[in-house]
Design a protein around this ligand. Structure first.
Ligand SMILES: CC(=O)N[C@@H](C)C(=O)N[C@@H](C)C(=O)O
Length: 753
């Protein structure tokens, strides 16, 4: 065993016992290889479990230990990572722990290349033994696995396109004893589940009532006539399209007996939660539906009578609500700022007075998952969780690059970071009643895995992406802090192509200076962080150094830093970014004659802005760009309420200001070959933004290519068809290779990045 195997799948534990299980387990532990036992019990037909696991589940390397010595060896040679590795990577989501801390449930998402979609698996792991049952798998989207309060049952939602959405419930112990992996499309393990409740469409999540005998579900119905009439300024949302008539019905669904609808309303909801005594539920609603603003409020509805009580009078967004164990208050994520750069924080609302207070008034960092890398097609899990004694709250926050789990006492306001000090991104978390923290985390050079923090000790529970990582060379990110405009300290990261050797994941200094691709994030109030980002890795895999920076405007550095780009898009943010380029060129890592730039959304704005203001880049690739702030205002779903706040100008009052800040105003200056890409269904930065820029470039005789992806939304790059995601990155790699080349150039002196 020379670190060549990431996971052993043992078909029959009893056979292994005969062969010296302790020795094998000790070796596996020493080599950090994971052990999965398929059949815990009797020595049945060897072939059954092995074949199902080995042949059908390509994620795991299966070793038949009964042959002892017949281990398959994985090749030790590594290869460059490439865009199509999206098909190999797995995303992990919604980890949940049973109340007794014995089991974890986890959604594992893989790409289905043939169907050009995603496969969702529900994994149930016995933490002590490491036994994993894959209890559901298929092309149907699976979400919201939730253990009953006593841990005895596991419920979840499966979305089966034409058959609507199903809620299944099964007994945890019998599910965990499953040894057969049922991986046929859409199958559930045996007849172990009850198909409890079905509706065409359900809200995002389910909740258990505290006595464990019933579930809370929200049914969502919507209608969209052929001919639409709107009398509000707000009429579409990116991702869901044109505004519809929506009705929400709340259902109490008992495990035995008839479901009961106890409340309905003529609008959608955000998140919901059941009170600790089960008598009431809290949910969030948009405050001004039709205005397109983000203010939300909390309402409470009595489960018995269906009477509703408004709780808050909020000035900002509210989401991810959680009841205190006493039932006297709720915590939630959101903010109370009218600004377009409002950063979500942690709030608590008293259920009697309706008064809200910030729990972290001094911790000026975004609470929640704002950046999680680019592999997973689903959002992070960041609902705050009360400790069992009700005295503190667990949450995730991004502070600079890293995102960690923290805990704060209700009255001390000082967060304590729980998940170490690594440059990592926690993308999903949950907390057990005993205070164990279960979380999904990735780093720039390690994709998502599941971890458990128990008694202050952190343990990696899965190795789902481990075998993949051993095949490829992964680039490491070197953090740098440099001077931006006004001498502000700005944070960024440089990744260098890993050396072409079978063992090292390190870059070789003698190959510098490298052709460089600068990547600009969206927002502008987004942020780069420490999550695994295939885009960056794939560019490095193609031989480029990759530079990514959090210029002013980014979140995670405080409100003033985020606010500093207001009314100044293309101003000091541009200087911050260009200073980073100057630094890596001056330090000898990047070849100043072979520079490329790409970015998405506001990153696309910055890309088109940069090439209108300098000829230093030999190639550009703006994606989903904003190129004209004037047309953006009336055509983007957020153009009317968000645009004027960002630019301090309106089309009817500040036309010149908007024009002066629009990349299209400088298109005559552009000499850089430009590849534009855009999803046709983008309602955030409509495709007209690329069309305008492309048409002007072609008109002016500048080299330009325009790639259009059918349908989709602004987030097609993470949630869209996998083939479009891979195609985008392959085109970017080809474009930059063609324009920047990938051969070595003359060496200059180097400082450490
Ligand atoms: C607020 C917003 O959606 N702004 C867009 C212009 C943008 O840049 N979006 C970012 C978050 C993205 O990456 O999609």
């Amino acid at each position: 065993m020379q670190d060549e195997v990431g996971r052993y799948v043992i078909t029959h534990k009893d056979r292994l016992l005969r062969l010296g299980a302790d020795l094998v387990f000790a070796i596996c532990e020493d080599k950090q290889a994971e052990v999965v036992i398929l059949n815990q019990g009797e020595d049945t037909q060897r072939e059954s479990g092995f074949e199902e696991a080995g042949i059908q589940h390509q994620n795991y390397l299966c070793v038949d230990l009964s042959k002892f010595g017949g281990t398959e060896k994985r090749m030790t040679e590594t290869r460059a990572i490439q865009p199509s590795d999206l098909y190999q990577l797995r995303a992990l989501a919604e980890p949940q722990m049973s109340a007794d801390g014995r089991f974890t449930a986890l959604v594992v998402i893989a790409v289905d290349k043939e169907q050009d979609g995603y496969i969702y698996e529900l994994h149930l792991m016995d933490i002590q033994s490491g036994h994993v049952s894959i209890i559901s798998s298929g092309a149907n989207k699976l979400r919201s696995p939730r253990f009953s309060p006593d841990g005895g049952q596991l419920a979840f939602i499966v979305s089966q396109e034409e058959h609507g959405e199903h809620v299944y419930v099964g007994e945890t112990s019998s599910l965990s004893a499953l040894s057969n992996w049922t991986l046929n499309e859409g199958t559930l393990a045996g007849a172990k589940f009850k198909d409890l409740f079905t509706k065409r469409k359900l809200a995002a999540e389910l909740s258990w009532f505290p006595d464990g005998t019933s579930l809370l579900l929200a049914q969502v119905s919507s209608t969209l006539p052929d001919v639409k009439e709107y009398a509000n300024v707000y009429f579409k949302t990116d991702g869901t399209g044109l505004l519809r008539q929506v009705e929400t019905q709340f259902w109490l669904v008992p495990l035995e007996g008839e479901p009961r609808q106890f409340y309905k309303q003529q609008s959608g909801i955000g998140t919901m939660a059941v009170s600790p005594n089960g008598s009431e539920i809290a949910f969030t609603v948009q405050k001004f539906p039709g205005k397109g603003s983000w203010e939300a409020d909390i309402q409470l509805v009595n489960v018995e009578s269906g009477t509703v009580r408004p709780l808050t009078d909020s000035n900002g967004p509210i989401r991810a609500i959680s009841y205190a164990p006493t039932g006297n208050s709720l915590v939630w994520l959101g903010h109370q700022s009218a600004a377009s750069y409002g950063t979500e924080s942690l709030w608590m609302t008293d259920l009697v007075s309706g008064q809200s207070r910030a729990l972290l008034p001094q911790f000026d960092r975004p609470i929640g998952v704002i950046q999680k890398g680019d592999v997973s097609p689903v959002s992070g899990t960041d609902r705050p969780v009360f400790s069992t004694d009700g005295q503190s709250v667990y949450f995730v926050a991004q502070d600079g690059g890293p995102t960690h789990v923290y805990k704060v006492g209700l009255d001390d306001g000082t967060p304590v970071r729980l998940t170490g000090d690594a440059q990592r991104c926690v993308s999903h978390f949950s907390v057990s009643t005993a205070g164990d923290v279960l979380f999904v985390s990735s780093t720039p050079d390690k994709p998502e895995e599941l971890y458990l923090l128990r008694g202050g000790i952190e343990e990696q529970l899965t190795g789902i992406n481990q075998a993949f990582c051993k095949q490829v060379r992964l680039a490491q990110a070197s953090r740098m802090v440099f001077q931006g405009a006004d001498n502000w300290p700005i944070e960024g990261w440089l990744m260098l192509p890993p050396a072409n050797t079978s063992t090292a994941n390190t870059a070789t200094a003698q190959d510098a200076p490298y052709p460089l691709v600068l990547v600009v994030h969206g927002g502008p109030h987004g942020a780069f962080g420490c999550g695994f980002t295939l885009k960056h890795q794939a560019l490095c895999g193609s031989g480029f150094a990759v530079l990514y920076v959090n210029p002013r405007g980014s979140q995670a550095y405080g409100t003033d830093f985020a606010a500093a780009v207001i009314g100044d898009w293309g101003g000091k943010d541009y200087i911050d970014i260009m200073n980073a380029v100057d630094k890596v060129v001056a330090d000898g890592w990047a070849d100043g004659a072979r520079l490329g730039v790409t970015g998405y959304s506001y990153g696309g704005f910055m890309t088109t802005w940069i090439i209108g203001h300098t000829d230093r880049f030999q190639a550009a690739a703006p994606g989903g760009c904003v190129s004209n702030l004037i047309s953006f205002q009336g055509t983007s779903d957020i153009g009317k309420h968000w645009g004027p706040k960002e630019h301090l100008a309106n089309v009817y009052d500040g036309f010149e200001t908007l024009w002066a800040r629009s990349p299209i105003a400088y298109v005559k200056n552009v000499n850089t070959p430009t590849l534009l890409y855009h999803a046709e269904g983008d309602d955030r930065c409509p495709i007209g933004q690329s069309e305008e820029f492309y048409t002007a470039l072609r008109d002016l005789g500048t080299e330009a290519v325009f790639v259009r992806y059918p349908g989709g939304s602004h987030s097609y790059g993470t949630t869209g068809k996998p083939s479009y995601r891979v195609d985008t990155q392959e085109r970017l790699n080809r474009w930059f290779r063609e324009k920047l080349g990938s051969t070595k150039s003359t060496v200059s002196s180097k400082k450490s990045p």
